[in-house]
Design a protein around this ligand. Structure first.
Ligand code: AMP
Ligand code: MG
Length: 318
């Protein structure tokens, strides 16, 4: 198992040696390594069992460090970064050639983000290089929002997990690129479309659901538990699957016909931020129960609810 601790110096030393360290962010835990070291980047793909066509997000401490990685920082991108960094926003920008092609899966853009987490920001400030970091889970499985989640699955493959507590946003970053200067959202995430539009006006949302080299975080099946999962109207689903060996994920209601330990409400108050924060940990908890299927319902399709529903659909996809 990996060591779990909050010693930045230990993380820094390992990263400087080219090793991987799991790092906390406000979205999910990341599996981090020197983004400019090709063999380290290759190791990230291997440890996660991630296909090399799925590009990584590069993490930086500031807008200034981000500018060093790209040829051009369009005006709208700058506006968004100034408003939302550090925060759950990833920008796709034309990359400088010294960033290994492997990190961007051969694309000429690089995904960059400044994470909103004190420990990781401090670590990034002390490093002479940016950190490539996809979510710290085996490819395709539920993303980790606590150090123990990382240890359960990747503990044998890495030495150190920097413990920054539970992730506060709990859902991956929103990915925004630019086509002819127009913002395009390729992945829904922890920053709502409404907030983005309040800064740059209307955006186009282009979410593909097949394997698409432009944004494979959009694979149809992703963020998925090992148990079978069905998404829909819970009353109908329970009629079909019964009340016995099922796990149930609701938005805010408690279902009297299901035992307490077999159901989780994402937010009994109906708070969308709380629901996002609890989503992945709740799926993990349900996945470990002695059940044969997870039944879930969508949340209201507004604000972060759009991103939550996106994750639920992919988690339930075959
Ligand atoms: P993860 O780090 O696991 O949250 O996944 C990162 C995701 O960012 C990928 O799956 C892609 O969807 C997206 N991404 C990263 N780099 C690029 C890029 N250059 N162009 C388009 N999408 C990207
Ligand atoms: Mg991921």
């Amino acid at each position: 198992m990996a060591e779990i601790g909050n010693n930045i110096a230990v993380a820094k030393q390992l990263l400087e040696q080219g090793a991987l360290v799991a790092i906390p962010t406000e979205t999910v835990y990341g599996l981090a390594g020197n983004a400019l070291n090709e063999s380290t980047v290759l190791e990230i793909f291997k440890v996660k069992n991630r296909p090399q066509f799925d590009p990584l997000i590069v993490h930086v401490a500031s807008l200034e460090s981000a500018k060093e990685l790209v040829d051009d920082f369009p005006e709208k991108a700058k506006k968004l970064a100034l408003q939302f960094w550090p925060g759950p926003l990833t920008l796709l920008l034309k990359k400088k050639s010294y960033i290994p092609d492997l990190a961007t899966s051969g694309l000429d853009t690089v995904a960059i983000r400044c994470p909103d987490h004190e420990l990781t920001l401090s670590l990034l400030q002390q490093l002479a290089f940016p950190l490539a970091a996809p979510s710290a889970n085996p490819f395709g499985y539920i993303s980790p929002t606590r150090p123990e989640h990382v240890n359960e699955q990747l503990g044998e493959k890495i030495k150190y997990i920097l413990d920054g507590g539970e992730c506060t946003v709990g859902i991956e970053s929103t990915i925004v690129g630019f086509e002819n200067d127009l913002p395009v959202v390729y992945r829904l995430g922890g920053l709502s479309i409404e907030k983005i539009e309040s800064v740059v006006g209307n955006v186009r949302v282009q979410l593909n659901t097949s394997s698409n080299p432009k944004a494979p975080g959009q694979l149809k099946s992703h963020y998925a538990p090992k148990k079978k999962m069905r998404l829909g109207n819970l009353t109908e689903l329970i009629r079909d699957y019964g009340t016995g060996r099922v796990g149930v994920l609701t938005f805010k209601t408690h279902l009297s016909q299901i035992s307490d330990r077999n159901q989780i409400a994402l937010s009994s108050k109906g708070n969308m931020e709380e629901a996002a924060q609890k989503l992945f940990a709740s799926l993990r908890t349900l996945d470990k129960l002695d059940i044969h299927i997870i039944l879930a319902e969508e949340v209201p399709d507004m604000g972060l609810g759009k991103a939550i529903n996106d994750r639920l659909r992919r988690a339930a996809a075959d």
